[in-house]
Design a protein around this ligand. Structure first.
Ligand code: GAL
Length: 835
């Protein structure tokens, strides 16, 4: 019989709930927490009566329940990065939600597996923020940075065979963030119990120093902690590698004799023949199972690490190479919040985001501006997305009065080390990013702090390049700040790429942050003109994708660089998804409280821009998308331009059967001549990537586009129609089959159409929801950055005709019925299954 790794795969260091092997137990603390916003120091005491506190399940974001208010974390500041000279009021900068202040969590820790002589650990994937952890009234530890994962050895604090009290105090300062950070135990909390000889948390480090088609050399470093006075030669390690199909490769068993000479670390090397290489297209994963034995056969620990076999390389003048192939980053920056779910981590929500991004052709995410959740990293490993894992938005100098600079000196090294130890086995992580637009970039000598941080990355993981996002292109070249980095990452100002390339030693340029184009889904402004920092009475931005910030640009201003300059490594667009906070350009204009930068809105509904990126990035699927919508009552006879986002080279447009002419992408447009004021005004660069009919006039009816291939043959067509009277609701779920685990989510798109099924793009009707059966209503969002409606009430107004309702499975299998109704239109029902 073929020996497989299936058993071990179950206990993967991925911390599945309640997985217990004989020698190592790992479980999550999800249910049974008590929570309060009252700050009472007595809360640490085991005898304290918390019965009046709220019962919650972790992950939990206390602030996402609202209510919204302009008074929540109102900041009176000048955002110097945005060019503001004088302080002004920023009401929605951090999302207008009540995250500032103190919150306490308490739960009972029952750990029957913990007996005398064993070890116990607590691991927080992230706690927002300034976590103080107590067990049985005693302080276990403190970790200030809310985004990082951290763990403590709790062996001395817990009593075997008894209930123990875990209490966590969190505190978020005002003016500590530039976006919505979330609040509370918003990521998972794990308990790990081991024997006295064990592999510590994040104790393995697997690298692949040589990779080619025929073989890969795999190096496994395993840290082993033995009891004091133990003789290492009495212990052995057996490491088994498992292939993606679960079959085993030859194992290695060796005594631990030498670890005393190597800081407790055992090094083993393997040759894997015909390796299956990890890439975004083929995200294949191997597993290493490490067993520690005492004497001949007393199993002491079993620890599982997932890894990938892949090579990464930066080649001067050529860019980034994955497995020997030039790979251009088609990336997005994302903040960690999940829209209406807030910061509370959820696997289904993350995987949905990744599915959408991959369909767009995206191959990379930058976890701006902080450590990602393990769920995101795991999903990227499995689904095939490269990650640029970031640590800080601030170093030693302030962007926000109470930001990370207040703890930088004491914590930066510890924070960076934890990030790297946590994720250095994950093949999706291809680069570390040590900072974002840190004010230190302006300083003479700031390069020393950059080098200090980069050196930590090199020390803890010499296999990955290190970058940071810099937005002062001249200063950082003049003061060596950019020159010390493995990869110079520039935020915006692509017009400086060529000059900086000429001066810098690395001979590559990364677009670490690009575009910051702003748009509101389904909202179009006339006349269609390129504008910086345009503001309107409705607090929205135009979905013609022609508006940006004063420091930023349109998507094509980046496309052209990364296509035409061989040393450009690709880009990370600001942002993939809209996020809570930073409603730029509506800084002072409450109720604006969420971003307009997203390619996809806060409800997870694609904006038009999604199809522009898809047409450029996704070469495998055809894109043929028409904008704007065609319901312009009152604009009859007025100029209403039509854009088509497509990867076909040309197309002809018809309005009510009348040809409006044929357009072909103008591939002769080049970088240098296409950024003058006049060229920007006449959309020169856009002509290379979009098809535009600038003079079309609105008349109700049908807009049809016929696409032609390279040979001029008509090969595809699409059309949109002026919708008639709103008639019925249409529901579409992203997934109809859920896991009955009490956590899985279905995202249901809700829209209104006319009697013939034509989408009604101007509908703002309020929709009400009912969920029955084996699930509950979880949240709702419509992507409108000025809506102050609650994310948790089962009702919301449509925004530009659509919204997204989220249904959560229960723990029992069964059917879930979701019903949506609104006055004046036929309601709709949808059935989901939970198994
Ligand atoms: C950048 C910054 C981002 C975000 C963005 C908006 O300067 O790195 O965090 O603020 O601007 O355009």
């Amino acid at each position: 019989m073929k020996r497989t790794c299936m058993l071990s795969l179950l206990g993967i260091a991925g911390f599945l709930t309640s997985v217990s092997a004989q020698v190592r137990t790992e479980f999550l603390l999800e249910k049974g927490w008590k929570f309060t916003r009252e700050d009472n120091p007595e809360s640490v005491q085991p005898a304290f009566d918390d019965s009046q506190w709220q019962s919650v399940t972790v992950p939990h974001d206390w602030a996402i329940y609202g209510p919204f208010s302009s008074q929540n974390d109102k900041q009176h500041v000048a955002i110097s990065q945005d060019g503001q000279k004088e302080a002004m009021e920023h009401a929605g900068r951090t999302g207008g939600l009540p995250f500032v202040g103190v919150g306490w969590y308490r739960t009972t820790l029952d750990i029957p597996q913990f007996t005398s002589g064993k070890k116990a650990f607590i691991l927080f994937d992230g706690a927002m923020s300034h976590a103080q952890v107590y067990i049985n009234g005693k302080k276990v530890g403190y970790w200030p940075y809310g985004y990082n994962s951290f763990w403590f050895d709790i062996t001395p604090y817990i009593q075997a065979g008894q209930s123990n009290t875990l209490a966590v105090r969190l505190e978020n300062m005002p003016e500590s963030s530039r976006w919505y950070p979330g609040a509370g135990l918003y990521r998972n909390v794990h308990v790990v119990v081991t024997e006295d000889a064990y592999i510590p948390i994040w104790g393995t480090y697997i690298t692949t120093p040589q990779v080619n088609d025929k073989f890969a050399r795999v190096r496994v470093e395993t840290k082993v902690n033995l009891p004091e006075q133990a003789d290492p030669s009495q212990y052995r390690i057996k490491t088994i590698l498992c292939k993606p199909d679960g079959s085993r490769l030859p194992e290695k068993m060796q005594p631990l004799t030498d670890i005393v000479y190597n800081k407790g670390v055992m090094v083993q090397e393997f040759i894997v023949e015909d390796p299956e290489l990890w890439s975004p297209e083929h995200p294949t994963l191997y597993t290493a199972v490490s067993n520690i034995y005492k004497g001949e056969d007393q199993l002491k620990d079993e620890y599982t690490t997932r890894f990938g076999i892949r090579s990464i390389e930066i080649i001067p003048n050529k860019g980034f190479f994955l497995n020997g192939q030039r790979t251009v980053f088609k990336g997005v920056c994302n903040h960690h919040d999940l829209g209406p779910l807030g910061a509370a981590v959820n696997d289904a929500a993350i995987r949905r985001q990744i599915r959408m991004l991959k369909d767009m052709g995206c191959n990379a995410i930058r976890t701006s501006h902080n450590m990602p959740a393990p769920e995101l990293v795991r999903a990227c490993d499995e689904m095939g997305i490269m990650l640029m894992a970031e640590s800080f938005d601030e170093w030693d100098k302030a962007k926000c009065a109470n930001g990370y600079h207040t703890v930088f000196d004491e914590w930066a090294e510890k924070d960076l080390t934890n990030l790297i130890h946590h994720y250095r086995n994950n093949p999706s992580v291809v680069m570390w990013c040590i900072g974002n637009e840190v004010p230190t970039q302006w300083d003479e000598g700031g390069c020393k702090t950059a080098r200090f941080l980069q050196d930590i990355c090199h020390r803890e993981d010499p296999t990955r390049p290190v970058t940071q996002g810099m937005d002062a292109p001249d200063a950082v070249v003049n003061n060596n700040f950019a020159a010390v980095m493995d990869v110079p990452g520039f935020n915006y100002r692509p017009f400086r790429y060529q000059t900086n390339y000429a001066k810098l030693p690395q001979q590559v340029i990364l677009g670490s942050e690009t575009a910051s184009t702003v748009s509101s889904r389904g909202v179009y402004k006339f006349p269609v003109e390129r504008k910086a920092m345009a503001v309107y009475d409705d607090h929205q931005s135009s979905s013609y994708d022609v508006e940006h910030c004063s420091w930023s640009n349109l998507p094509e201003d980046d496309f052209i660089q990364h296509e035409d300059l061989p040393y450009c490594m690709g880009e990370f667009v600001w942002t993939g998804f809209d996020y809570l906070g930073e409603p730029t350009p509506y800084y002072t204009n409450w109720p604006s409280h969420s971003s307009l930068f997203g390619i996809i809105d806060l409800a997870g509904i694609p904006k038009d821009r999604y199809y522009l990126y898809r047409s450029h990035w996704n070469k495998d699927e055809k894109t043929l998308h028409i904008l704007p919508h065609w319901n312009w009552e009152g604009r009859e006879g007025e100029i209403t331009p039509v854009f088509v986002y497509t990867n076909y080279p040309s197309a002809e447009l018809f309005i009510n059967g009348k040809s409006q002419g044929k357009r072909t992408k103008d591939l002769s447009v080049e970088i240098d001549s296409s950024y003058t004021e006049a060229a920007q005004k006449s959309f020169e660069r856009q002509k290379r990537y979009r098809l535009m009919w600038m003079d079309t006039k609105y008349e109700p009816g049908t807009v049809k586009v016929v696409a032609y291939d390279e040979n001029g043959k008509a090969v595809d067509e699409a059309e949109i129609h002026t919708a008639g009277k709103p008639h019925h609701i249409v529901l579409t779920a992203d997934r109809n089959q859920l896991q009955a685990d009490g956590k899985d989510l279905s995202f249901i798109n809700v829209k209104i159409v006319d009697k013939d099924g034509n989408f009604c793009p101007n509908e703002t009707r309020q929709i009400k929801f009912k969920v029955k059966g084996a699930g509950t209503f979880r949240a709702v969002a419509n992507g409108n950055s000025v809506s102050l409606e609650s994310f948790q009430e089962p009702q919301m107004k449509l925004f530009s005709g659509q919204l997204t309702a989220i249904v959560q499975s229960a723990e029992e299998a069964g059917t879930i019925t979701f019903e949506a109704s609104a006055p004046g239109v036929k309601s709709a029902k949808l059935t989901l299954k939970a198994e």
